[in-house]
Design a protein around this ligand. Structure first.
Ligand code: FAD
Length: 240
């Protein structure tokens, strides 16, 4: 992964922790007064915490805010477990970045539609892009598909529904993978849902941002091409 901006290690502290689910928490990091992180929506940083190997986490909010927001799932191991079990507001934390190439560029997007495809915690990266797209282009159609295992995993669903109500050009389509957990939701994997929702060739103007597990990214890419996506309009930090 190539860096577009030279990264420097910044120091700060945890200013807030909000738990959304037993295994998902939103951690806000406020950099020290002398520090500033310039980043582009879609980028990530390595969180640096004493005693642990650095781990990359997407910046989930917009540039220019007082804090950096990270959405973290407790894997039960390593740094994420430490963040859940041992860390509290006030604890020191280092930030190395920004990194990443799946960047939202409002000028490049122009008036063309934006398609956001998130799997699981990939929503953290795409949330920053979504907020930027809604802020910069209030006339451009933005569609977010968010694939998760169970309805309970849609921890941002209420916030996203509010955005739908406030922005008529924004559509949010949650997709539940577990066949028995669907209820009123679309079910299946994101690639099968996209197959059904788009005609061949219909994505030729879309800018497509994908964030999630490698298996999901690999399954989506050929479908997006079939549907007409121009490869230069595919944005993802994982190789396809
Ligand atoms: C570009 C990028 C952005 C990312 N953004 C986010 C984000 O926004 N939010 C987020 O939550 N994550 C994100 N990740 C993932 C994150 O960087 C970490 O990989 C993740 O949090 C796990 O790190 P860890 O130190 O907690 O666990 P690790 O110790 O690295 O363990 C990871 C996995 O290895 C296995 N494992 C480890 N130790 C054992 C063991 N002893 N026995 C059995 N299995 C074991 C487990 O399956 C575990 O889930 C991102 C990754 C990348 C590459």
């Amino acid at each position: 992964m190539t860096d577009l901006v030279t990264q420097v290690i910044k120091q700060g502290y945890i200013s807030d922790i909000r738990d959304y689910k037993s295994d998902i928490r939103v951690v806000s990091v406020r950099l020290d007064l002398s520090e500033k992180l310039v980043f582009i929506p879609g980028q990530y940083v390595y969180l640096l915490i004493d005693g642990f190997a650095p781990r990359p986490y997407s910046i989930a909010n917009l540039p220019g805010a007082d804090v950096l927001e990270f959405h973290i799932r407790n894997t039960g191991f390593g740094l994420s477990r430490h963040i859940f079990e041992d860390m509290k507001p006030g604890d020191r934390i280092g930030v190395d970045g920004p990194h990443g190439q799946a960047l939202y560029n409002a000028q490049k997007t122009g008036g063309d539609p934006v398609l956001l495809l998130a799997g699981g915690l990939g929503i953290a990266q795409l949330r920053s892009i979504l907020m930027a797209a809604l802020k910069n282009h209030n006339h451009v159609p933005v569609t977010l598909y968010w694939g998760v295992e169970y309805p309970d995993d849609l921890y941002l669903a209420d916030d996203l529904k509010k955005l739908v109500a406030a922005h008529p050009q924004f559509s949010f389509i949650p997709v539940i993978r577990a066949s028995d957990g669907g209820g009123d939701f679309r079910t299946g994997t994101l690639d099968t849902v996209l197959q059904a929702d788009f005609e061949n060739g219909s994505l030729h103007r879309h800018h497509c941002y994908v964030a999630g597990p490698p298996g999901m990214v690999h399954a989506l890419y050929p479908v997006l091409l079939d549907k007409g996506m121009v490869p230069a309009r595919f944005y993802c930090d994982l190789p396809v």
